[in-house]
Structures are given as C-alpha cells and as structure tokens.
Design a protein around this ligand. Structure first.
Ligand code: SAH
Ligand code: SF4
Length: 376
C-alpha cells in the first residue's frame, strides 16, 4: 500500500524542481536505467551513460568537464542541457564537539538542514527527507514547521554528496574504508522519511549501489515515527536498518505526544517490527526521548521492556534536547540512569546517547529551517 496520498490531507506537497534557471535538467537522482533512457533520446550510447553515472555517483565529479573518458564534444553537449550540481551552502556551523551542520539552499530557495556527527569509530550523516513535517510530535522542533514539500530523490542525494565533497571521501579516492570519517547514514533529519517513501527509496538505492555511492545497507538506518504500511515496504524493498521513534510503551501517552499513534497504535507497530526482515546480528533500534514526568518512570521502563521483549532490539535513550518554548524538560540524569538500569537488568542493550551538536541546534529534534511558503 502506498501511503503517500494521506500526506495530502496535511497540505499540498510541492514537487522538487529538477530544472535550473537556464532550463538545464538535473541528472542527480536518476537511476542508471533512467539515465540510459534519457541520454539515449539524444543518441548518447548506453555505455557512455553508464560511464557518466559512475562519474556522478561513484567519483563525485561536479562538472561534465571533469569526466575524463567522455569525448570533449559530448561534454559540451551535456553541459548545455544538464547539470550535476550541488545545493548552495547557505550556512555551515561547527560545534565544539566536531559536529557540522549545513543549511543547504535548494533550487527553489527552500532550505534544508544536514548534520555530520563524527565519533571515534564512525562518522554519521543525518539526512533530511522533507522540508518541515506533517506530524507535529509535541517534543520535536521540526514538528513546529509545517510541511512545505517533500525533497526529491536528487535533494536527498545532494545532501550526501555534499558531505562527501566536504570530507573528501568518494569511493574512488585513496582512503581505505578503515580510514574514512563518513561511514554511516541515518535518515533522521527533518521530516518523516516514510511519508516521502518513493524519493527516499530511490535515493537510498543509488546509495547502496556498488557502482553508485557504494554504502552498505548495514550502514544506513531509516528512522520512522511508525508508518506501519510503509515499514513493511521498506523492509521488502530496501531492508536498511530500522529505527522506531517509540518514546512511550503505552498507547495513551504515545498518542498524546505522537499523533501518528492514533492511526497506527503500538500493537500494529510492534507487529510490523516483528515482521521486519532482519538477518543475523541485526536489531531494530527503538529511540526513546527522556521527557521528565511524561515517560520516564520505573513503570514506563518495565512497560518498555515487556513491549519489545520478543523483538531483537536495542534502545537508544535520548536526553530530550530543548528548544525555545518546547514546554518539556529533560529527565534528570539520575532518573535516566535508573531507567537505563531497569532495561539493562532485563538484558536490553540501552545506551544513553551523548547529546551532540546542541550548541549549534544540530541535535536530534532541533532541526528546523526557515522555510519559504510557495505562493498558491
Ligand atoms: N521523522 C522521523 C525521523 C526524524 S526525527 C522520526 O520521527 O523517527 C529523529 C529522531 O529525533 C526521532 O527519534 C525523534 O523522535 C527524535 N527527537 C525529536 N525531537 C527530539 C528532541 N527534542 N530531543 C531528542 N530527540 C528528539
Ligand atoms: Fe516529524 Fe519525526 Fe519530528 Fe515527529 S519526531 S515531528 S515525525 S520529524
């Protein structure tokens, strides 16, 4: 079932533009077959289209001119009609802890935020899927920004390609995998990725293609507030790691803080998790934001352990990141530790996440871009 239509109830979803001011079409976002078909219309042979695809996604060149094995006249022809550009970097902020947040300006002037989080053993890029979000979960800053539009597949990819440009890490360059800074992708930025499934899936397939961005599905995690029918499709078609924004193990509290729970209550959500195809050693991550007096009691911890007891799971306890006029407070450190201990005693892996990038409003749930409303 395709649930993208239900988003229409929340507002119009404008398509991401694929042509620039000079009428040139952006080739980023096209699958290999689509590129072969499009360039075939101009009598570009399929083997050339495959070379161009490789240059774009595997080697990360930003202009046709840099495509070494493409004939000169073909480069000029391509440059007249197409682009493989990047978004404009409107702002770059670097946190004291090394986290980098980019505010990227898209072709129609809309802004989107992307965050890179370096850790000792990995580097994770937090990628946005929408401008704003329809769901308005009460504790989330992004949720205060009404949905403006879905990002196109090219705009999801451009965030990743931009980070690779900045970090100098394309699959073709010299660094061996062990030495890379950027290793993982989480679809945890602005928006609900499963409400923009088609574009997100298309982008992730290009990411996972060995001839494309060449990022293994084991290094990609999609986070969802719990769109049950699309979780099923995501498992079948992408099978990336799944993170569920759970935040409460009882329907009453969860429906209060996350309206989506009224449509897809916990029983349905847990069934979708049980059915999610996981091969050995893979687990589902449950995100649990610690909200003082809302979901942080001993009883809440016991309920959580019971709820997920038959699912291969890991719980990420996220200290609530405050934002102006949120109306919530983060649970005290002692409370979070007591909560974590109850889960650990039940054999659950339940790390307390270190807050990253909060000095630049780059932490979980703090992303929000000043959006531009399209004139109707
Ligand atoms: N829409 C998707 C992905 C983006 S949200 C989802 O909801 O899963 C990324 C994560 O940040 C989610 O787990 C979300 O619940 C969490 N989050 C939102 N607001 C937060 C806040 N203020 N503090 C800490 N985590 C927050
Ligand atoms: Fe949207 Fe996720 Fe924030 Fe909820 S938590 S408002 S689904 S971005």
């Amino acid at each position: 079932m395709n649930d993208t239509t239900s988003i229409e109830k929340h507002g119009r979803v404008f398509a991401a533009p694929k042509w620039d001011a000079e009428g040139r079409q952006n080739l980023i976002g096209l699958s290999k077959d689509q590129l072969i078909a499009l360039l075939g219309e101009y009598q570009v042979p399929a083997f050339r289209a495959k070379q161009i695809w490789h240059w774009m996604y595997h080697r990360g060149v930003k202009s046709f001119d840099d495509m070494g094995n493409i004939p000169r006249d073909m480069k000029a022809f391509l440059d007249d009609r197409f682009t493989i550009g990047r978004p404009i970097v409107e702002a770059e902020q670097r946190s004291q802890d090394g986290t980098i947040k980019w505010l990227l300006k898209l072709q129609d002037g809309q802004m989107v935020e992307t965050v890179f989080i370096p850790e000792s053993d990995r580097g994770t890029l937090c990628v946005s899927s929408q401008i704003g979000c329809t769901l308005a979960c009460k504790f989330c800053h992004t949720g205060t920004q009404p949905l403006v539009r879905n990002l196109g597949a090219h705009e999801v990819l451009q965030q990743i390609m931009h980070a690779r440009d900045v970090l100098g890490e394309w699959p073709s360059n010299d660094k061996r995998d062990g030495g890379r800074d950027f290793t993982n992708i989480v679809m945890m930025g602005m928006g609900e990725p499963l409400y923009n499934y088609e574009n997100v899936a298309k982008a992730l397939k290009i990411c996972m293609d060995a001839d494309g961005l060449s990022i293994s599905k084991r290094k990609i995690t999609l986070s969802t507030s719990g769109l049950v029918p699309m979780i099923v499709r995501c498992g079948e078609e992408l099978n990336v790691n799944l993170a569920i924004s759970l935040h409460s193990a009882d329907d009453e509290t969860r429906s209060d803080i996350m309206a989506i729970n009224k449509k897809y209550p916990l029983a349905d959500l847990m069934q979708a998790c049980r059915d999610y195809p996981l091969d050995s050693r893979r687990r589902i991550t449950f995100e649990y934001v610690m909200l003082k007096g809302v979901n942080d009691s001993d009883q809440d911890a016991h309920n959580l352990a019971t709820l997920i007891s038959d699912i291969p799971a890991k719980v990420n306890l996220i200290p609530f990141n405050d934002w102006p006029e949120s109306g919530y407070e983060c649970s005290d450190r002692d409370r979070i530790e007591a909560f974590a201990k109850i889960l650990a005693d039940k054999g659950l892996d339940s790390p307390i996440r270190k807050t990253r990038g909060d000095d630049i409003l780059a932490a979980c749930g703090q992303l929000k871009s000043e959006s531009i409303r399209e004139k109707k």
